[in-house]
Write a protein that binds this ligand. Structure first.
Ligand SMILES: Cc1cc2nc3c(=O)[nH]c(=O)nc-3n(C[C@H](O)[C@H](O)[C@H](O)COP(=O)(O)OP(=O)(O)OC[C@H]3O[C@@H](n4cnc5c(N)ncnc54)[C@H](O)[C@@H]3O)c2cc1C
Length: 391
C-alpha cells in the first residue's frame, strides 16, 4: 500500500509528489497523458519568487520578462519597465517534465498513460481505479491527492464541488519577427472583461492568447487578424482553448482526500496564472500530510488544517482579484483609455513600482485605490474593498 497516491502530474501534483518522496514516504504519481506531454495550453510565465522558493534554477528558460507594453483600446501604449527580471517564460511541457523527473529522482513511483477513473474511500484506505493501455486495475493508499486540473470529475466523485465560475482561455503559437517585448492588450473588442497577450519566446516565435468570459476562440481570431496587419506574422499554429477556474473550491478535503492546484481554484484571479499558487497549495498539502501520516490519522479533523492554511495564504488575493475583475468588466473602452491616461499622467508610476509584485497583487490594488481618480473611474467606495472576507 502507498502512503499517498497523487493524481495528475501538472505542477501541483508533481511538486506534492516530490515533497512527500523527499520525506521518504511511499508515493505514487499517476498521469493520464503520455509523458513528456505534448503541448499544454499555457504561456509558461513563472515569477522570480517561484524560482527562488521552489529552487527551479535548473529549469530551461525560453525568455525573461522585465518589461510589459500595455496597449489601450484606442492603441495608447503604457510601458512598464522593471530594473530587474520579474518573471521567466518556460516551455510548459518541459517544465512539467522537469518537475515529474525531480519527483521520480526523490523516490516517487510514476505511471503515465494511466487514467484514474474512480476513487473509493473506506475506513482504512483509498482505492484508486486505473485504466491504462486497455487494462483496468486498483491501487491502494492511505491518502489520495487530486491534482487533476479544473473540473475533474474526480472532485465530485469524492463528494466535493469544483469552483463554479471560470474563464475561457485561448492561445496560439505564432512565428514571425518584431516580437520584442511582452504586449498586453486591453479592450472590449479584444478581450472583454480581461486581457490578451503577445509573449516573445525567442527564435522568431511567440504566443498570442487571451482570456475572456466567452467566445475566446473568436476573440483570438480577431486579435490574430489585427496583429497580422500590424506585425510580421508568417505562421499561426496550435490554436488551443480551455477553461481556468475563477474563485475557490468550497471545500478542498474530505476523509483521506486533499484537492490541490487548479482543481481547488488555486489560481490568481487577476492574471489567471496557476503554476505558483498550485505549487504553494502542494507545499501546504505536503506539510499537513506529513502530520497525518505520522499520526496515522486521515479524518476530516486533521485534513481540515490544509484547507485553513492554504485559504489563509491565497484566499485574500483570490477574493480581491475577483472583485477587481468584476469592477473592470464594467469599464467601457473609453474608460479603459481614461485609466491609461490616469496611470501615465498622474505620476502613478512610482507608486506602481513600489507596490508591484509579480505574484501578489493585493498591495498594488489597495495602493491604487487610495487615488481618488482611480476610485471614481471604477465607482469604488473604499468600504467595498474588504478583501479579508471570503464570499
Ligand atoms: C492559455 C493559458 C495560459 C496560461 N498561462 C499561464 C502562465 O503563463 N502562468 C501560470 O502560472 N499559469 C498559466 N495558466 C494556468 C496554468 O496552466 C494552470 O493553472 C496550471 O496548469 C494548473 O496546474 P495543476 O497542476 O493544478 O493542473 P494541470 O496542469 O491541469 O495538471 C493536471 C494533470 O492531471 C492530469 N489528469 C487529469 N485527470 C486525470 C485523471 N483522471 N487521471 C490521471 N491524470 C489526470 C492531466 O492530464 C494533467 O496533466 C494558463 C492557462 C491557460 C489555459
Amino acid at each position: 500500500m502507498f502512503d499517498a497516491i497523487i493524481i495528475g502530474s501538472g505542477p501541483a501534483g508533481s511538486h506534492a509528489a516530490y515533497l512527500l518522496a523527499k520525506m521518504r514516504y511511499k508515493v505514487l504519481l499517476i498521469e493520464g497523458r503520455k509523458t513528456p506531454k505534448q503541448s499544454i495550453n499555457c504561456s509558461g510565465i513563472i515569477g522570480l519568487e517561484a524560482f527562488r522558493e521552489f529552487d527551479l534554477w535548473d529549469v530551461p528558460v525560453l525568455n525573461r520578462i522585465n518589461k510589459f507594453k500595455f496597449i489601450s483600446p484606442s492603441g495608447k501604449p503604457f510601458i512598464y519597465q522593471s530594473d530587474s527580471d520579474l518573471a521567466f517564460v518556460v516551455d510548459r511541457s518541459g517544465f512539467d517534465y522537469y518537475l515529474t523527473s525531480r519527483a521520480i529522482s526523490a523516490g516517487a513511483s510514476f505511471l503515465d498513460e494511466s487514467w484514474v477513473r474512480k476513487i473509493l474511500i473506506d475506513e482504512n484506505e483509498v482505492n484508486v481505479c486505473i485504466q491504462s493501455k486497455g487494462r483496468s486495475y486498483k491501487l491502494r493508499a492511505k491518502v489520495g491527492v487530486i491534482a487533476a486540473g479544473y473540473s475533474s470529475p474526480l472532485v465530485e466523485m469524492v463528494g466535493l464541488k469544483s469552483p463554479l465560475r471560470f474563464i475561457e482561455a485561448a492561445q496560439a503559437d505564432v512565428y514571425g519577427s518584431g516580437f520584442d517585448h511582452t504586449d498586453v492588450y486591453l479592450g472590449n473588442r479584444i478581450a472583454p472583461g480581461s486581457f490578451a497577450w503577445l509573449i516573445p519566446l525567442g527564435n522568431e516565435r511567440g504566443l498570442v492568447g487571451l482570456t475572456t468570459e466567452k467566445n475566446s476562440v473568436q476573440h483570438l481570431q480577431f486579435l490574430l487578424n489585427k496583429l497580422k496587419a500590424e506585425k510580421n506574422i508568417s505562421r499561426v499554429t496550435n490554436l488551443q482553448h480551455s477553461v481556468i477556474p475563477l474563485g475557490l473550491i468550497p471545500k478542498a478535503f474530505t476523509r483521506r482526500i486533499l484537492v490541490v492546484g487548479e482543481a481547488a481554484g488555486q489560481v490568481k484571479t487577476t492574471t489567471n496564472g496557476g503554476i505558483y499558487y498550485g505549487m504553494i497549495g502542494a507545499e501546504i498539502a505536503a506539510q499537513v500530510l506529513k502530520k497525518a501520516i505520522q499520526k496515522n490519522r486521515f479524518d476530516e479533523e486533521i485534513l481540515h488544517q490544509y484547507d485553513q492554511l492554504w485559504r489563509a495564504k491565497l484566499g485574500p488575493e483570490i477574493q480581491l482579484g475577483l472583485k477587481l475583475r468584476e469592477m473592470y468588466s464594467h469599464l467601457s473602452d473609453s474608460k479603459i483609455d481614461m485609466l491609461f491616461s490616469i496611470v501615465s499622467m498622474d505620476g502613478l508610476l512610482p507608486l506602481i513600482k513600489k507596490n508591484l509584485n509579480f505574484d501578489w497583487h493585493k498591495g498594488l490594488i489597495l495602493s491604487l485605490i487610495t487615488k481618488p481618480l482611480i476610485r471614481r473611474l471604477f465607482g469604488i467606495k473604499l468600504q467595498n474593498v474588504d478583501c479579508t472576507q471570503e464570499s
